[in-house]
Structures are given as C-alpha cells and as structure tokens.
Design a protein around this ligand. Structure first.
Ligand code: ARG
Length: 467
C-alpha cells in the first residue's frame, strides 16, 4: 500500500522526518474523492499563475510553461492516463502540482503556489465544481417540471379521489395531484437559483487565512474563473463550507419532496388502487414471485432521501464545533458532498423517467370515487340557500349516516328521505352528486376546476422560463 516514509515530493515533507503510520497516510488522503475536481483545480491554478505573471512573480515564459504543462495534466486526467501515486498524491492539489513539476520541471512548478494555500485552493475548487453540478441539476429539474406541465395539460380530464389522512376526501383532477408536487418542486427550483448565487463567490487569493501579500487581483481571478463575485473576508473564505451545506440542505429538501411524491405513486400503483402503472424500465420483478412488479425506482427515491439527509446532517455536525478558518475536519465535506450531489441529480432524472413513462388508469381513478366524497358539496348546496355552514355540515352528516344505515350509496337516497332530514333540499340536489361538477365548482385560484388547473400549469411554465 502506501509508503510510510514521507517522500521528498510531499509538499510539506521538509519538516517531517519521522515515518508516517501507513494508515495515517490513507486516512489523510482525499485524492480518491477530490480528483473529481481535477479540471477546476487546474483552471484555478492557471488563473492564479496568470495573475502572478502580471505581478512579476512569474515571467511570461514561466506562465506559458505552466499553462501548457497543465494542458497536458488535464489531458491525462480526461483520458484516464493520470497515474495517482499512492502515498504521495495526498489530494488533487498536490497531485496536479507534482505532475506539473514532472512535466515542466520543479523549478518553475515550484513557483506556482506563491502566496496561495491549499486552503483557498480547495474552497475555490469545491465552489466551482459545485456551481457547475448545481447548474446541471437545474437543467434536470426544469426538464422534470416541463414533463409534469405537459402531462398535466394532456391529462386534465381524469378525476380521482383526493386524500387527507390517506382517507378519501374530495374529488380532484389527476392533473391537480401532479401539479401539487409540481408547484413544490417549482419552489425548489427558485431556491436552487438562490443557492447557486451564494456558491458562486471566489475565495481564491485568501491564502492560508490572512490574505495575499503580493497584491493579487482577486476580482480578475474571480472573473476569469466565472465567479459572480469574491468572498470578502479571507478567514471566511477558507473556513466557510456553508455553501456546501446549503446545497445539501437544498438537496435534502428536494429529496424529501421526491420521497413523498414517490410514496403517493407507490400507493397509487398498488393493486388496491391501480391508478397508475409504472413502465417496465422503472420497475423490477421479484426473484420468487413471478406475478410481481415492484416499484423499485420509487422505493429508491424514498430510500435515498434518507441517505441525502444524513450526509447533510453529518456535515453540519462536522462543522459546528471547529475553530475558525481552515481545519482538516473540513475535508470531510468533500466525500458526502460529491455523493449527495450525485444522488440528487440521479434522483431527479429517475423521477423524470418515471413520470414520462407511467400509464394512468382513468377508469380505476373514477371507480375509486364514492358519493360520500360529495358530502361537502351537499352541505355547500344548502349554504347557497342561505343556511349557515355549521348547520349544513351537520345536515349533510345526517345524510351520510342515513346512507350508511341503509347501506346504500348516498346519491341513491330519495328526495323524500333527504327532505325528511331537511326540507330545504330541492329536486336539483341530484345535480350535486356529480364528481365533474364538484371539481368544477372549485374554480377559485388554486382549486380543481379546469380553469384553475390551467392557470397552475401556466404559472409553473413561467417559473421554468425565469432565470
Ligand atoms: N484536501 C484538503 C481538503 O480537502 C485540502 C486542504 C488542505 N489544507 C491543509 N492546510 N492541510 O480540505
């Protein structure tokens, strides 16, 4: 495994003379995770070298050699030819610099790090990597929501039971259900755009903690690296992982929404409900029971939400007690962040696959509707005749009880039976026993009527455009 002697090529090897516990070498290294940032690390170094050349710390020739050398290092990573040296390449920063030295000579490569520390370097790499990943996630989320919007438009007619406490409550449109999550996810999209802004501030030039002594142009660094601005305090620049934490808090929230969304669909896809049928591409069979089709994709969405939340909570615990500026504890942000981001990104794409391929059974939705779900409409009928709602609620309750006692659906109670409960029921009461009418009655903004649902679709689409 690792070489226990500190190598001369280890950047801080000069001070350490004793042997290192090989397990400590492995325990300390982050290269197998932070190599994900190789391109960002190189871009940051090139920008940094360019500014140092402007300051005269590097000659133009030295800068050109560094830029060219890094071109090769990058190519090696991209093609999978970069050879990590176990026990020597502690992290991506040391690995890239070590390789650059081999290519262009350590005399020039050794000047690269002037005034810089891995503390501002890793914070810069992390922020660049994260903002790029978050932008990809944003595109996936927009894609997901446009499928939801399209599907809601196309499937605006089917009516199904809406539930509270998982008990049949009132009729809703299937499209309304889709949009109920659609609108929560749309807020996630808005939040994401905010999070990216805070991630996208440049800490390069903060040095180890106290800033840069050579007057480096931090604004120019930020600009070259595509940042929207800089982190204004050098100690905060190196010691702050709030951007990573906030991204994970965001990720935990969207995973929570995906988990609840998945849970509804798991229920709706069961034989007892039968409202939806998942495509084969997102289900698996049972190794024992040939008849089974399991909603694994949805169960994994629900399960991975727990994992994503755990990574976020873990990092928050890691950070909470450390003294200010950089401490090695912060390296523990890398692995969970990378995994968290991948989980969230994959999950949104899986959700898109699920929703764009599932079939609905409008007939099963319709059959699950029962007249008692219109009890509120019965009460509302009397409200329209001037009866106070508290009274109508009670009257309608008596109708429900009578139907239960007679063991008949509520809509088959005769006008006489209804009038025996309350004389204000008229022959037009029969029109209230209509699921379509019930959803259409709720035409105030946000309700189940066609016009309300169409408005929800329009609002959702607008969120997708805005940027
Ligand atoms: N691999 C380290 C990390 O991810 C880089 C920074 C190391 N800095 C230091 N002072 N040891 O945090």
């Amino acid at each position: 495994m690792s070489d226990s002697k500190p190598s001369k090529t280890m950047l801080w090897g000069g001070r350490f003379t004793g042997g290192l516990d090989p397990l400590m070498v492995a325990y300390n290294e982050s290269i197998y995770h932070d190599r994900a940032f190789y391109a960002q690390d190189i871009a940051g170094s090139v920008a940094y070298a360019r500014q140092n050349a402007k300051l005269g710390i590097l000659t133009q020739d030295e800068f050109a050699a560094i830029e060219k050398g890094f071109g090769q290092v990058k190519e090696e990573w991209a093609s999978g030819r970069f050879e990590i040296r176990p026990g020597v390449d502690e992290d991506i920063h040391t690995a890239n610099e070590r390789r650059l030295g081999e290519i262009i000579g350590t005399h020039i490569a050794g000047k690269l790090h002037t005034g810089r520390s891995r503390n501002d370097q890793v914070a810069t790499d992390l922020r660049m990597w994260l903002r790029e990943e978050l932008r990809k996630i944003e595109a996936h989320l927009v894609e997901f929501l446009s499928v939801v919007a399209k599907r809601a438009e196309k499937e605006i007619d089917p009516v199904m039971p809406g539930y509270t406490h998982l008990q049949r409550a009132q009729p809703i449109r299937w499209a309304h259900w889709m949009l109920s999550f659609g609108h929560q996810f749309a807020l996630d999209l808005e939040r994401l755009r905010e999070v990216v802004k805070r991630v996208n501030r440049c800490p390069l030039g903060c040095g180890a903690l106290a800033g840069n002594p050579f007057g480096i142009d931090r604004e120019a660094l930020a600009q070259e690296l595509g940042f929207e601005g800089i982190v204004y305090n050098s100690m905060a620049g190196v010691g702050d992982r709030d951007f990573a934490l906030e991204a994970m808090q965001w990720g935990s929230t969207i995973m929570m929404h995906l988990s609840r969304w998945a849970e509804d669909l798991i229920i709706y896809s069961s034989a007892e409900f039968g409202f939806v049928r998942l495509a084969d591409a997102y289900s698996t069979g049972s190794s024992l029971m040939p008849q089974k089709k399991n909603p694994d994709s949805l169960e994994l969405l629900r399960g991975k939400a727990g994992r994503a939340f755990g990574q976020m909570a873990g990092l928050q615990m890691t950070i909470k007690g450390i003294p200010s500026t950089y401490n090695k504890d912060l390296q523990e942000s890398v692995e969970p962040l990378i995994d968290h981001v991948k989980t969230v990104s994959d999950s949104i794409q899986i959700a898109t696959g699920v929703i764009s391929t599932l079939d609905i059974n409008a007939d099963a939705m319709r059959k699950a509707l029962t007249p008692d779900m219109l009890a509120t409409d019965l009460a509302d009928y009397l409200v329209r005749k001037g009866v106070p709602f508290r009274e109508t609620h009670h009257i309608s309750g008596r109708c429900v009880a009578l139907a239960e006692k007679e063991q008949v659906p509520m809509d088959t109670l005769s006008l006489e039976q209804l009038q025996a409960i309350d004389s204000r029921f008229g022959p037009d009461i029969i029109e209230s026993f209509d699921y379509e009418k019930s959803v259409e009655m709720r035409s105030a903004k946000g309700g189940t009527s066609k016009s309300s649902v169409l408005e929800q679709i329009a609002v959702l689409k607008k969120t997708l455009e805005a940027n």
